[in-house]
Ligand binder design. Structure first.
Ligand SMILES: Nc1ncnc2c1ncn2[C@@H]1O[C@H](COP(=O)(O)OP(=O)(O)OP(=O)(O)O)[C@@H](O)[C@H]1O
Length: 244
């Protein structure tokens, strides 16, 4: 594995870790995927998970989200950590008669519970999340009537409405046009500047280069880690995509 320092000369203080991953092994029935991954996710920064198809990015996100139990190693997070997770294949039931506003409001359930009335602050969080994702004008539309990109933005807004300090996104730019992708990119930077820790799995190398930190996976193992300038080199990328 290649671990690249931020700078060969300066010695900046190491960033605080929001998540510490130590020797993580995880996978599915009879299919081990992650093999002893050790890495840190810096707090209040954007981390990009990069790697070829099947390298284990989604599996790692699921383990960070707590929806996949490790078979070995540990994922250390602050107690009571409640990450907001947007999986690649959305879980919101499009068959249900749900408006976009109602879908985004479900993001408040973790805090409020599904049966309690939402407070004024909850409603403000929902409106703010829709506005930041550029879907305020779709608030009363049915989820089933949305385009793929609009649906994706609604699910990201739902995660944002949770107000979690850890946002996990599986390929958030998939299905979005260039403007919407740029908007998501800018949003993730803003969130990190506000102290939110963002982890996104992405095939978009340009987006990965704009991240603060990169974890490169290959065959379920950490191949490189560090800031993009040093982790996404021609050598590491060639090793990932052009060799067996
Ligand atoms: N629910 C599942 N049950 C069994 N195997 C799975 C499941 N989900 C993923 N896998 C397998 O685990 C391996 C890693 O998949 P994963 O989705 O984590 O990779 P990825 O890097 O996110 O890929 P992609 O870039 O294609 O999204 C693959 O071999 C995949 O077929």
């Amino acid at each position: 594995m290649v671990v690249t320092p931020a700078s060969a000369t300066a010695a900046p203080a190491p960033p605080t870790a929001r998540v510490e991953i130590d020797g993580l092994c995880a996978g599915y029935a009879r299919r081990p995927v992650l093999h002893g991954v050790t890495a840190t996710v810096p707090a209040g920064a954007v981390t990009a998970l990069v790697g070829p198809n099947g390298s284990g990015k989604s599996t790692l996100l699921s383990a960070l989200a707590g929806v996949l139990r490790p078979t070995g190693g540990t994922v250390r997070q602050p107690p009571d950590s409640r990450p907001a997770f947007v999986p690649q294949r959305g879980t919101a039931a499009t068959a249900l008669p749900l408006t976009v506003r109602r879908t985004v409001a479900m993001g408040r359930w973790a805090e409020r519970g599904p049966w309690r009335r939402l407070t004024r602050a909850d409603h403000a969080a929902v409106e703010s999340a829709m506005a930041r994702l550029g879907i305020a004008d779709l608030a009363e539309r049915q989820l089933a009537e949305l385009s793929g990109g609009q649906h994706r933005r609604a699910l990201i807004a739902q995660a944002l409405a949770q107000g979690s300090d850890l946002l996990l996104l599986d390929e958030p730019g998939t299905g979005l046009d260039a403007d919407a992708r740029a908007g998501i990119d800018a949003l993730l930077c803003d969130l990190a500047a506000d102290g939110v820790t963002v982890v996104q799995a992405t095939h978009d190398l340009a987006a990965a280069r704009r991240a603060d930190h990169v974890l490169l996976l290959r065959d379920g193992r950490l191949h490189a880690a560090g800031p993009p300038r040093t982790a996404l080199t021609a050598d590491t990328l060639t090793a990932l995509w052009l060799t067996d």
